[in-house]
Every structure is written in structure tokens, then in C-alpha cells.
Design a protein around this ligand. Sequence first.
Ligand SMILES: [Zn+2]
Length: 672
Amino acid sequence: MYFGVMVASKTFMRGILCVFLILFSVFVHAQQTEIVDYKKVDAVVFFNQIRIDSTVYDSYETTFDILKKTDSIYLDAVNMKFKNVSLNGKKVLYKNEGNKLIIFNKFKPSQDNKLQFLFFASPKKAMYFVGWENEARNQIWTQGQGKYTSNWLPSIDDMNDKMEFDLTFAAPTDYKVISNGKLVLKNDTPSYILWKYDMQKPMASYLAAVVVGKYDEKVEVSKSGIPLKMYYYPEDSLKVTPTYRYTKTMFDFLEEEIGVAYPWQNYKQVPVHDFLYAGMENTSCTIFSDAFMIDETAFVDKNYVNVNAHELAHQWFGDLVTETSGMHHWLQEGFATYYALLAEKHVFGDDYYYWRLYEYVEELAAQDRAGASTALMNAKASSTTFYKKGAVVLHMLHEKVGDVAFKLAVKNYLNKYAFKNVETSNFITEVEKASNQNLSAFVTKWLQDKTFYYEEVIASLQRQSAFITEYLMVDCEAVNAKCDYYLTSGISDKAKSKIISQVPDKITSEVFKNSIKVRQTIAQNLSTIPFALKKEYESLLQDASYVTKEAALYNLWLNFPEDRSVYLDKTSSVIGLPNKNVRLLWLTLALVTPDYAVDQKNTYLKELIGYASPVFNFEIRMQAFTFLDSLGVINQEIINHYKEAEQHHNWRLKKFAKAFFEKNNENLKITN
Ligand SMILES: [Zn+2]
């Protein structure tokens, strides 16, 4: 029964009138959370078997308490259809507003009311069906934060009403379903498998998540007994160890450092194709970009450790305690960034921690110089501010009140507001109590003032870290005297790299005897290679770093044309980082080296064009498009890949493809 197809009658006319009045009353109410408390959702989500790419048709039940007398309540539900809507077992009047389902009833304060219905959704965002219409692997995954879960599941967009989600999914038999909470039932039928997940504690709706795909899993158990499930594509078994390195170590560390037990039943991490961000901290079910699935060599250049720690820290900061509004967003991102750094300090050491903090400080100073700073407690602040200034401010606060008071405050804050929502003052009050300090001046200066107090943070880093002090002291821009000495002395790799980037002409064969990281800086900075250093420079091609290999191949190819074939032969089997940095460069150079593998040119071109297809991650595709463009190659297949990219859910790829058509539309019209 749909409200809209009722036969017109006097009753119906009153119904219409009534709806207007009620709607008005809905909008004058400040917060629905004052009127109704949604407590639990039980939903069964069927992925349509006939056309899996865009439909879900599902049953839904929510349990709620009415806190204040009201004539209507609502759920957020975007572009859905409803059937069999009932309240406490009886038919009820409702209206589908297009983005809300409104239920009309003379509600009185009461507990455990049940709203049930069937719903049909065809989500345009928040749930993505990847690969069903092209050659990429088939997956379904969600992104609730900023995109709203209410696009695929009726829920509450307002973060302030937390519910326990018990979600069941029916998916094709050869797929795995991974969602929030614990898998309590897996029921095989001939045409699909039912996966029932159970949560025990409430969370904000934006943290509801599901992944459907083909995965294997590795399981470890934390010191406290929490199962840590690490998912991977069946063909990626060799990438599991380098990708998930330190997962258990960091989990155990964070539980101890935070002082509050991990709040959920288990912790799962799932890589997906063409994800919108690096990772997302869905409760007990982090989803991350499969571009972080790496081999041992790539671990040196770009690994998952920081994202792993960041999303894990959110399980407390964001998921257990959730901001009331965007003004307090730093309570999630600043804390996740800070605790990720503490976890990394635990595995990589102090210098690593201070280095990353120093990088944040420089980025914040640059933002300040550009006049782009905002206060930390500004809902419109940049992500640099929320994440990095948030982390720096926590570092300053930690130093100011001392380790004992800081840890006690964080513990009390999390325990007091567990499964609830928080504002900045809730945290500050706990720090004031634990430290017996008045923090009003600190709050004004670091949280409410938009200026970034660079000098003060640098002074703190210097107080705490001899490594940073040394880094800031060595300098060859102003004084040239000691540069030769620096490059072969016992100063840190970071300090040496700084000197190399300042004075690459000071590099001698001795300097090549440094660590892999220092050699990487040589590869990246010494673009005109003196003949005397040719042999040393060629040795960079053997380094266990794909960033080094890429830079070295390119520079050697440019500097020594007579040896181009030798360099190409040496690197012909290297693929590189997940973005295939070495392979894409190699194919391009092989194509433009006239006398190299002449009979293979077509195969190489075909391979390069293939990397622009939807099978590959958006980063690979953008780089392949760029190289093809630099080669001046365009054909119908490439144009088709651009057309697909123009419709892509990933905004960076979409923007890239749009820019291509804007630039080339006239020419393309002529050639077509
Ligand atoms: Zn985050």
C-alpha cells in the first residue's frame, strides 16, 4: 500500500491537510533526538539476484523509545519505496518524502516500539557496485561518512542517535559478506547465502558498512582476546604479511596506551577496489583502498601502517565516542591522527614520531602563510587542520599536562561518554580534572585561535628530540662550509637527505654508500648525472625501493642515450608499487626508444592502453592516460576508457576525464 494511491475521499482530503500540518510540526522541532530514541535495527538486505548491480529489496525492523509526546517520527531514507509499513504490529499512516520516511501516530512516551516494513532501494551513492558492468573484480561496498548510509539503509543521518545494527545480507553463493559486528549465522541456500551479523552496542548510522566480494582471511588474536581479521584477495597471499605488518602489535599497544578495552566484538579490515578514500573506520569493520595491498619492496616506499593505525584508533575516537557536530570533528580526526603516530612511534621508534610531527608542523605553517588557516574548532576547517593540527595540539597538551594526567583524562573521557556523543568541552573538562590545571588559555590559543604557533611547536620538538634539533641545525643553503662532511658523517638519514636536496652537486661516490633512504634522495635529486658517478648511479636500479628504481631508470635513460636498451632490459620485469609506477614508465620509455624491441611495440602499446581500462585502480588509469597523452596516442579504445572514467564514482578520476574531454572535444569531434 502506498499513501499516494489511496482513493480520493473526504477522509483522504483530511489526510492531506493533516500531512501538511504535521510536516510543519516536524520541521519546527529542533532535534528529533529529543523526541525519539532509536535503539536497534534488524534488517535483511537482499542483493537482487537478477540484476545485482543496483538493487536491494529488504525487510526492516527498528525498535525505539518515545521520549516526548509527538504526532510523527521519521527515518532518513533516500529514494526508496516502502511496503507493509506497520507500527507495533498494526498498519500505520506514513509518507515517503523522497529522503525521509515519516510515520504518523499519536505517540506518547513509551518504550520498545517496533516499526516494520519492506523497503526497496537503488542507491546512487554510499553503496557502490564495482565491476558488475566491466572487467574489474565484482564487489559491493559502502561508504557512510559524508555520503550517508540512508542511501542504502533507512537510518538516521544525525550522528547523535546511536543504534545497535543487526544486519543480515543475502548474497550470491560464491561471495563473502563482511559487515559490522560478529557473524552469528551463515545459512546456505541453493541460490544465495544468508550472512547474519550481530552487534551488541550502539553506533552512529554513518558507521554501518558492508563489503561483498571474493576474499580469503588471516586471523590473529589480540592480547586481550579480540579476533583480528585481515581480508585479502585470494591471489594476494604474498602481500598479506607486508600489508598487515604490525596489526596485532599496534592493536595491543593502543588498548594499553588508551587504557580502555577495545569496545567491539572483533576487528576486521577489508581492502576494496577504487575506494573513495584511504580508509574508513566503520565500527569493527574498516574498509580501505586495495592500493595499499603491497609486497615487501613496496613496504619501504608506501605502506598501510599509518592508515591501519589511524582507522583502528577511530574505533575509540569516533566510533565509541562520536562528535555531536562538525565543530568538534577534531575529536575524531585529530585523535585518530595522534594515536596513529603514537602507535607508529611504538613500532618505528621516536625519530619516526618526531619526523612525522615535524612534517605536519611544516604543512600547517605553509597553510598559515597562505592565509588559509582556520581555528581547530571550526566546522569548515580544512582536513589538514582537523587531522594534523588536531594531532599537534594533542602533542602540546600531552607535554603541558604530563603523561600521567593526559592518560588518566583520556581514559575517564572515554569511559564517561562511551557509546555517546561528545563536545570539545567534555574532553577538556576531564584534562582539567586530571591535571588540576585551568586550560582556558590553552583552549583559546590552540583550539579557538586560527593562528598556528609554529615557533612554540618547533621549540617543543627540539626540547624532546635531539634528532629534530640536529635536522634543523644542519643546513647548506646559507652556510656551505661543512656540506661535504655532513654527507659522509654520522648524522641522521633525514638530515643527509636534506643536504642532498640542497646541494646535489656535492654528491661523491662516497655518498652512495649511505642507506637505502639516502640513496633514494640521490635518485630523486641528482637528475644531471656526472659521468664519473655513472657506475654508482646505475647501482640504484638494484635498490629494494620502487621509488628509487623509477627515478633511477628515468634519469639514466635521459642522461646516457647509448645505454637505453641496457637499462630497459635490466628493469623489464619490475612492476613497482600498487600504482605500477615502474611498469608504466618502462612501457612508455620502451615505446619511445626507436631501436628497442621493435617487434614488441604493439604489445607494449596494448598493455599500456589496458592499464587505462576499468580493470585497474583509478591511480593506475590516470597515470596510463597521462603517458598515452604524452606519447600522442589516441584511439577509440582509449576514448571509451575516458568515457567510462567520466561516469566513475571516484571524483578524482571523473574530474580528470572531464578535463580531457573539455580540452580535446573539438579535436575528437573532427577525428570521429
Ligand atoms: Zn580519520
